[in-house]
Design a binder for this molecule. Structure first.
Ligand code: PHE
Length: 452
């Protein structure tokens, strides 16, 4: 009791529910929505990916989001500590998350660097609508041995700096200005893109599913993207849950955040695909899709420089708040489990991730000949973390909560021992979290990997 008491008193927390929503949305909304989502939609055949993605958000994403918040708030610990507190023999589930977060941040920061570069570049104005030119701009930038590293350094340094200064002063402050502004600008850009000549083709690609394109790989990629976009399966949301006040409604925040995240991703698609078809880009062009398409949009838009600058700046902030949430669980782990202080943890862990990121960045250029299983190091980090570690971590977390900790304990935490009402509680805990969500993840996972 006394130890529990101590932890609660010294634990940093969010000032309010709104603080949590902004921080969790800050974690969820990021490059996943605007860079990775359209890239995957394009690569996996358009609307069919969108449909599977939405189905997985509803059947798996929201359920698991709520599970992580609940576990985190009950345990009052970050990722690893939460598992350890409930059952020591399963501490390693949290460990999977730490590895995933580590790997994700190392390539995430590289893309965050691209965004800073594109922000600066958009202030000058792109002045190009020819796909050949915007592709040239992108590929010559990312393959340059020096410049992407400068921006990766900048992005990572900022991430470390915010974590170094702690939760309250850091995360909340950056999230609550950015989100509404980002939403506003994606809506404006979507309207603009929909007015482009030939936009209807893009809409059709994005919204009318061609079920013949559905494969097990599409489903696995969509599953991985749900985890990535909602920051699930690696302890980010769990850790933020541990900062959520006991009187706040877990079901409410667990609906609002995934909803906001999905809306932003959906609008990102409404910008990218009409533009892709209008200007004649290749929808399946991979990780560069957003970066090659948007310059064309800004080049021909009234006040394009202003919109371009504002857009990339907001995307940069969104990426930063996500990056913080990737680093924070690892820092919290070092503080809670190894008695490091925050400063030492931020600098050391951040420093190592930075170095791995250098290799991820170089694998787009000078080291592109070095491949593991046909993928360059950057793609390998992305594939392993999103298609393997996050689904695995998420599935084990759901099973851990419902079978080991127990659905009744989880429900008690959600309802604050009966003080709050939660009508769908039983269904959530005993049907969705216990059976449906983990079973779906398992099926998609093994069929997607070709094990079955
Ligand atoms: N959800 C973030 C995004 O979409 C990325 C992220 C993944 C953050 C996992 C934290 C944990 O950009």
């Amino acid at each position: 009791m006394s130890q529990q008491h101590e932890v609660q008193e010294t634990r940093e927390g969010f000032a309010s529910k709104i603080g949590f929503i902004f921080a969790a949305a800050g974690s969820a909304i990021g490059l996943g929505n605007i860079w990775r989502f359209p890239w995957l939609v394009g690569a996996y055949g358009g609307a069919v990916f969108l449909v599977i993605y939405l189905a997985i958000i509803i059947l798996v994403g929201i359920t698991m989001f709520m599970g992580e918040v609940t576990l985190g708030r009950y345990a009052q610990r970050s990722n690893v500590g939460a598992f350890k507190k409930i059952n020591k023999s399963f501490t390693w589930i949290g460990g999977i998350g730490l590895i995933a977060g580590f790997m994700i941040l190392s390539f995430y920061s590289v893309v965050g660097g691209w965004v800073i570069y594109y922000f600066l570049r958009s202030l000058i104005g792109f002045g190009m609508t020819d796909p050949a030119l915007t592709e040239q701009l992108f590929s010559s930038f990312i393959s340059n041995p020096i410049s992407p590293l400068i921006f990766h350094t900048l992005f990572m340094a900022l991430t470390i700096w915010i974590c170094y200064n702690g939760v309250k002063d850091g995360i909340e402050k950056y999230s609550n200005i950015m989100m509404p502004a980002l939403l506003a600008i994606v809506i404006i850009l979507a309207i603009r893109a929909l007015m482009l000549p030939g936009a209807a083709e893009g809409l059709k690609f994005y919204l009318v599913p061609d079920l013949s394109k559905l494969t097990a790989q599409t489903a696995l990629a969509a599953l991985g993207q749900v985890f990535f976009s909602l920051s699930l399966g690696m302890g980010s949301i769990l850790t933020y849950g541990s900062y959520l006040g006991k009187k706040e409604s877990i079901p409410q925040v667990s609906l609002i955040v995934p909803l906001m995240d999905t809306i932003i991703a959906f609008f990102a698609g409404l910008i990218i695909f009409p533009a892709v078809f209008s200007y004649g880009f290749e929808p399946s062009s991979g990780p560069g899709l957003t970066f090659v398409t948007l310059p064309a949009v800004f080049s021909e838009m009234p006040l394009g420089q202003l919109f371009g600058g504002a857009f990339f700046f907001l995307l940069f902030l969104a990426a930063l708040t996500s990056a913080i949430s990737l680093l924070e669980p690892i820092i919290a782990y070092m503080i809670e489990e190894h008695n490091w202080n925050r400063k030492k943890a931020s600098l050391t862990i951040g420093g190592v991730i930075f170095i791995v990121g250098v290799f991820a960045s170089l694998s787009m250029g000078p080291l592109s000949g070095f491949k593991i299983a046909h993928l360059v190091f950057f793609d390998q980090l992305d594939w392993v973390s999103n298609n393997l570690l996050l689904p695995l971590g998420g599935m084990l977390t759901a099973l851990f909560i419902s079978w080991l900790w127990g659905t009744q304990n989880a429900l008690n935490e959600v309802t604050n021992d009966g003080l709050l009402k939660f009508e769908l509680g039983n269904f959530w805990a005993n049907v969705m979290l216990k059976y449906i969500a983990p079973a779906l993840v398992f099926i998609v996972f093994i069929t997607g990997l070709g094990i079955f």
